[in-house]
Design a protein around this ligand. Sequence first.
Ligand code: SAM
Length: 225
Amino acid sequence: MRDILKKALPQADERALERFEIYQRLLGEWNERMNLTAITDPVEVAEKHFADSLAALPYLKPGMKVIDVGTGAGFPGVPLLIMEPRLDLTLADSLQKRLTFLDALLQELGLTAELVHGRAEDLGQNRLYRERYDIALSRAVASLPVLLELTTPFVKVGGTAIAYKGDAAAELENAKGAAFLLHVQLRTVALDSDLGKRCLVFADKAAPTPKQYPRKAGTPNKKPL
Ligand code: SAM
């Protein structure tokens, strides 16, 4: 297991590798009881979940306030926290059972993050979370126009929502209207990845999110901006 992790995560030191090993084990054990991920092969978990999650690491600094929206089994937030434990991280998901897993996982890892149960549409209108974060991360949650409405309300003016995407060209075209309405500017960074075409889409927030966004739960998906 350690060799697989070392190969997939060359930037991880011994302490981080130890934690990724615990993560692998718990993910496997809990996945037998609840549906956390379809990926179970250790090499694939290391490459498609752990290594892929680290793509945003160069853009994060110690002490930054970061929220992972629709974190599921902790991706990308937990691998990033393993590499940079000084992040002020919030993990949000609408499914309570995933947060139960994350609570147990963080305890075993000896790491701290805030766990928040709720839909992004509701949390984004809650003053405890709205415009409080430097960075909002999301991976495999929704198409870009929907994602911008779900994530950018969490970000302070001057902050950034970062979406992990495959080939984002078509989605970028469709997201122009949403970006305009939500006062963000989009840019893309291609990733050097063995997993096919991967990129990070950055939405830089230039002005506060208009009050009506995010709209009520379900509407962003049904009627994307
Ligand atoms: N980000 C993880 C990853 O990359 O493996 C999980 C991806 S999973 C396909 C999508 C996750 O987003 C699920 O855990 C789901 O519960 C959550 N989710 C979907 N829509 C959401 C919403 N509107 N608000 C909060 N969480 C949401």
